[in-house]
Each structure stands twice: as C-alpha cells, then as structure tokens.
Design a protein around this ligand. Structure first.
Ligand SMILES: O=C(CO)COP(=O)(O)O
Length: 285
C-alpha cells in the first residue's frame, strides 16, 4: 500500500515573527515538484508527471496508477509555538499544514497557560503534536495524560502527530521495543479513528544531539511498530498509518532514511528552521 510521505517541522520554542516570516517565505516559494499532479480516476488515484513546452502546451511524460509516483508529493506540516499559530497559518501557503506543539485535554476552563483543540481549530490550524519527549521528560507529562489529550484532540477534529521514543539507557538495556509498545498502547487506547493519526518515532538519544538513528535502526523500530499495530489494532491500520522518524534528521541524512520501507516521513527539529527543510520535504522524489 502506498502511504503519502509526511514531513513535519517542529519549530519548538524558536524564532520570532521576523525569522519565522523569512522561513515561511522560503517554504512558500520552494519548488515542491509543481509538475506532478495527482488526479482521481475512480477507483484509482493516478499520478501524472507533465511538461509544458514553449507554446504552453502541456503533455504527460510519465503516469502511473497507485504505484511509485504516488510518493512524489509530501504532506508538509509545520509545528509553530502557540503564540505564532495564527501568524504561521495566515502566512504559510495553504498547501502547507500547521500544527500546535501541545494542547490540553478539555475544551476550556480554569487551566492557566493551556490551549485547547477548539482554540487551535479556531485559528485555522488542524494538527497537534502530542507526547513529544520534551513534554514527557522536561515537563513530566505522563502516558495517561498524553492519552487523554489525544482522545480529546481527535474528538475535536484535529489530526495528531503521536510521538514515542526510548531513552538511551532504555536502548542500552535492550528494552526499546517494550518502551515503544507501552507508549503506543496508551495512544492506541485513546484512538478511534486512525486516519487522522501519524506515529512519530523519535528516539530521545537522537533528538538535538546530531546522532541520527541509522537507517537500519529506524527501519527496525518502524517495522516492529507496524507489527504491533497489526496485532493490536488491525492489519488495515498497520498498512495505512504513516510512521515517521525524528531525531537529528538533516538534508544529508534524509534520503537514505526516507528510502527505508517503513519510514513514511520525518519529524524535524533543528533542520526545520533552515532552508534545508525543503530538501527534506523532497527527500522522496
Ligand atoms: O524533536 C525533534 C522533532 O520533534 C527532533 O529534533 P532535532 O531534529 O533537532 O533532533
């Protein structure tokens, strides 16, 4: 089954209107393979590579139904600090999505400092990142709380980028799979509709350290995750859910990682603030 490549940029607590505005200009003007169009000729999705001659006539140079070319377009979503969500949504080209980096588990009330999915949607934003390791390990969010947030976000129509990942001592102790499965179960128990969920495997030891997981390490965990989803959710969900990798992804490492069978995209931190993010978006072309 073909899964649309998904590239998330997590800006974390970085930038200001000036620098994010510059980044947004770069993203809006980036060449995201404009010659490729996707059209639906029921019941198939057909991807067509076209070329235009000097007279403006368009001809099809390559086309394929449900095959390799369907990967040419990536879904791109930028995770902005909450104070800049509306700024990002207003300035970014509509073909690029925006995500909040967190949200709370209820619609509203006396929860100083929090934002709700209803507020996120109110400013035109449709995604939220939940369970990021910085929320878990800097701010002490538990699996249970993250699960409740996930259920509430989905019920309120947001897409969820659900983050999981082991710490270095857990990898060294050989319990990566156990840790990842337990974190995924807390999400899964709170997900009714998987079509709006992207699973992000982000090994904590690879985040912001410059130590990317090797393509083989990433593939190994992604494969095991897909098997877990198959056994505990369904085969259909296992085949369709995007499992993306995060942790020191750069323009230099993205192609090899993105070539792995079960790596369906990335969640990018540092490099998402630089023009090389465009190379990462296009890693699959
Ligand atoms: O945490 C990350 C994305 O959510 C990854 O961050 P880096 O790409 O900076 O390692």
């Amino acid at each position: 089954m073909s899964r649309k490549f998904f590239v998330g940029g997590n800006w974390k607590m970085n930038g200001d209107k000036a620098s994010l505005g510059e980044l947004i200009k770069t993203l809006n003007s980036a060449k995201l393979d404009p010659n490729t169009v996707e059209m639906t000729i029921a019941p198939h999705t057909c991807v067509v590579k076209q070329q235009q001659n000097k007279e403006g006539h368009v001809s099809v140079i390559r086309a394929r139904i449900n095959g390799w070319l369907t990967q040419l377009y990536s879904e791109v979503v930028c995770g902005a600090p909450s104070i800049y969500l509306e700024f990002a949504r207003t300035k970014l080209d509509p073909k690029i999505g925006v995500a909040a980096q967190n949200c709370y588990k209820v619609k509203g009330g006396a929860f100083t400092g929090e934002i709700s999915p209803a507020m996120i949607k109110d400013v035109g934003v449709h995604w939220v990142i939940l369970g990021h390791s910085e929320r878990r390990w800097v701010f002490g969010e538990t699996d249970a709380l993250i699960g409740q947030k996930c259920a509430h976000a989905l019920e309120n129509g947001l897409g969820v980028i659900a983050c999981i990942g082991e710490k270095l001592d857990e990898r060294e102790a050989g319990i990566t799979e156990k840790v990842i499965n337990a974190q995924t179960k807390h999400f899964a128990d709170n997900i009714k509709d998987w079509s709006k969920v992207v699973l992000a495997y982000e090994p904590v030891w690879a985040i912001g350290t410059g130590k990317t997981a090797s393509p083989a390490q990433a593939q190994d965990v992604h494969d095991k995750l897909r098997q877990w989803v198959k056994a505990n959710v369904s085969e259909a969900v296992a085949n369709s859910v995007r499992i993306i990798y995060g942790g020191s992804v750069t323009g230099g490492t993205c192609k090899e990682l993105g070539g792995m069978k079960d790596v369906d995209g990335f969640l990018v931190g540092g490099a998402a603030l630089k023009p090389e993010f465009v190379d990462i978006i296009n890693a699959k072309q």
